[in-house]
Design a protein around this ligand. Structure first.
Ligand SMILES: Cc1cc2nc3c(=O)[nH]c(=O)nc-3n(C[C@H](O)[C@H](O)[C@H](O)COP(=O)(O)OP(=O)(O)OC[C@H]3O[C@@H](n4cnc5c(N)ncnc54)[C@H](O)[C@@H]3O)c2cc1C
Length: 560
């Protein structure tokens, strides 16, 4: 509201800030989500009453999934197609719409609002729907920074194209994606804390009947968990730095005279957030699942919290841009840079996430030339391999685009047919590289002791080596490595060695990440490691767990 509104919205912003009003954000409709241009809710300006008439033609046009709308919000920011009195559709605009009376929480007449009902997770949030039936709101409720309607109904905008206006409105949402990345770091941290603490205590088998091993001692268990521990550290440090960078970008948005630079930074941040949000939410999804399985049967107890974490992280893959759709924004930006490079033009990457691409043709000539595990695991060598992969995917995706263009396919069809194994992977590797680079740059800061730096470097190497091991096929297929180089053995043995090295540090490393016990709130993951004591308390505290089923009389013959 602050990004897209003007002085006329000061009063309402103040009431939202001090809690007299509560707000929500209504973009998605029942029949349209990712493709926002398909939204059907209309806001028709009526110069006689100087108001907009909001209307949802049917249930398909109902706004839905809106967090906070189901039972509580008094106001919604609603995206609607703005229709001026000349019957022209001026495209999607944002309106502040009163939904409920703040005194009674009852909906206003001509507004149908309600809750979507139980969800897979996040049930603490009341996601709701709303329909408008020729519902009038004052003219000044339009957020009018990019486009406005005069009292007599003329449309005015400093941005000429509808796509620019929509871009400005949606651009204001970038911070939301960054926040999601931060939320993911909290979920992945909790999951890894619970799993590693539990696995350090849980014992099964051993070299002899007398000697049982904690399951974390097993190689396979380390390989299943420690790469996620490494990811958690890389994600945590990355997201902190990333938020700081974005905040200073937002300040320069308001203050900088250099509009060209700000615009280039804006595009890069948009591309970056469009790749990083999918990567982090997917890595968190995979980590939570592995943590759940790593805790065996007890991990399946609701009390372990792993199921809840899995369900709560799930929508991170969907909202603020469905991952598979959102990630296309990043690959489009990268492909644009690559086209410039091929034409011999300079490229602009003021945030620095893709500046290495200007050397892309040389990077593609590089060959794997390491002979020891130490060399392969050296962070700068792993970073080079990730850079090579980005250039490789750029080249392949660009070739596919050119091929489809030559075949006369439309832009829509070209984009659609260059995603799988190409543009999508490109954007993911770009995000993987950005995380690793940011993490390593941060390790150069003087705040770290040499011991801390040493263990953090191991974590960085494990993160990058794990990313690369999954793409060995491409490293061979693209000619970076040949079968005689032994890259597979060196990378894989490197991962196993790192896991072994980290064994003694693992519990301390999760203790660093862990919130206080009352937030961990899982008998498997409390800091004292007294898993069985806490499980017993948990199970016995619920009297129902010791009772016969409520229907026992119906099922037993004796009825006693
Ligand atoms: C818990 C939760 C909270 C939410 N909160 C809000 C909120 O507060 N406000 C709000 O406005 N919305 C909210 N949403 C809605 C959310 O933003 C949308 O669900 C999301 O943008 C995806 O849109 P969709 O559901 O229409 O999916 P669709 O766009 O219908 O996607 C369906 C599938 O099709 C695929 N697909 C679609 N287009 C393409 C393409 N071009 N190429 C390849 N694949 C494609 C997608 O990848 C997806 O797998 C929330 C959703 C959830 C789950």
């Amino acid at each position: 509201m602050m990004a897209l509104g003007t002085e006329q919205h000061g009063d309402i912003i103040e009431k939202l800030q001090d809690g007299r009003y509560t707000g929500c954000f209504a973009l998605t409709e029942v029949a349209h989500g990712s493709d926002v241009r398909g939204m059907k809710t209309t806001a028709t300006y009526d110069p006689n009453t100087k108001s907009f008439i909001l209307h949802s033609e049917d249930f398909k046009a109902a706004k839905c999934w809106v967090g906070g709308l189901g039972q509580t919000s008094t106001h919604a920011m609603v995206f609607a197609q703005l229709i001026t009195p000349d019957k022209k559709n001026r495209g999607l605009h944002l309106f502040i719409v009163p939904i409920r009376d703040p005194e009674t929480l009852l909906p206003y007449p001509r507004v149908t609002v309600g809750d979507l009902g139980e969800k897979i997770g996040l049930n603490g949030i009341d996601n709701g729907f709303v329909m408008f039936h020729n519902y009038r709101i004052p003219r000044i409720n339009l957020l009018n920074k990019t486009g406005d309607v005069t009292e007599d109904g003329k449309y005015v905008s400093r941005l000429k194209k509808e796509s620019q206006r929509l871009g400005a409105s949606l651009g204001a949402l970038s911070m939301g994606r960054v926040n999601i990345t931060c939320v993911c770091t909290k979920y992945i941290s909790l999951a890894i804390v619970i799993a590693i603490r539990y696995c350090a205590v849980r014992k099964q088998f051993g070299p002899s009947l007398e000697e049982e091993w904690p399951v974390i001692e097993y190689q396979v268990q380390q390989w299943r968990l420690f790469p996620h521990l490494a990811t958690t550290y890389v994600m945590t440090i990355f997201s902190e730095i990333y938020v700081r960078k974005l905040r200073s970008f937002q300040i320069s948005l308001l203050t900088s005279e250099n509009r060209e630079l700000v615009s280039a930074e804006g595009m890069e941040f948009h591309a970056l957030s469009s790749a990083v949000k999918p990567l982090c939410s997917w890595m968190t999804r995979d980590a939570i699942q592995d943590c759940r399985e790593a805790c065996g049967g007890h991990g399946y107890l609701a009390a372990s919290r792993l199921g809840q974490l899995r369900a709560d992280n799930d929508p991170n893959c969907t909202y603020e841009g469905e991952n598979n759709v959102l990630i296309q924004q990043a690959s489009n930006w990268l492909l644009g840079l690559w086209s410039n490079i091929l034409e011999g033009k300079e490229i602009s990457s003021p945030v620095g996430s893709a500046s290495f691409l200007s050397d892309g043709q040389n990077i593609l000539q590089l060959k794997f030339n390491h002979t020891t595990i130490e060399e392969v695991l050296a962070p700068e060598n792993l970073l080079t391999m990730l850079k090579w992969l980005i250039c490789y995917y750029l080249k392949k995706t660009h070739q596919q685009v050119v091929f489809l263009k030559k075949n006369g396919e439309s832009d829509f069809s070209i984009r659609n047919n260059s995603q799988v194994f190409l543009a999508r992977t490109l954007a993911l590797v770009y995000a993987e590289h950005t995380l690793m680079k940011t993490f390593l740059d941060h390790l150069q800061e003087s705040m770290w002791s040499s011991e801390e730096k040493s263990v953090l470097t191991k974590l960085g190497s494990l993160y990058a080596a794990t990313c690369l091991e999954k793409r060995l096929g491409d490293l061979y297929a693209g000619g970076y490595a040949s079968t005689s180089d032994g890259i597979d053995t060196l990378l894989r043995e490197g991962i196993i060695t790192l896991c072994k090295d980290l064994l003694n540090e693992a519990v301390a490393l999760v203790d660093v990440l862990a919130p206080p016990d009352f937030i961990v709130n899982s008998p498997l993951g409390f800091s004292d490691g007294e898993v069985y004591k806490h499980m017993e308390q948990w199970i016995l505290k619920n009297p129902e767990n010791l009772e016969r089923p409520s229907w026992w009389r119906e099922a037993l013959l004796s009825k006693l």
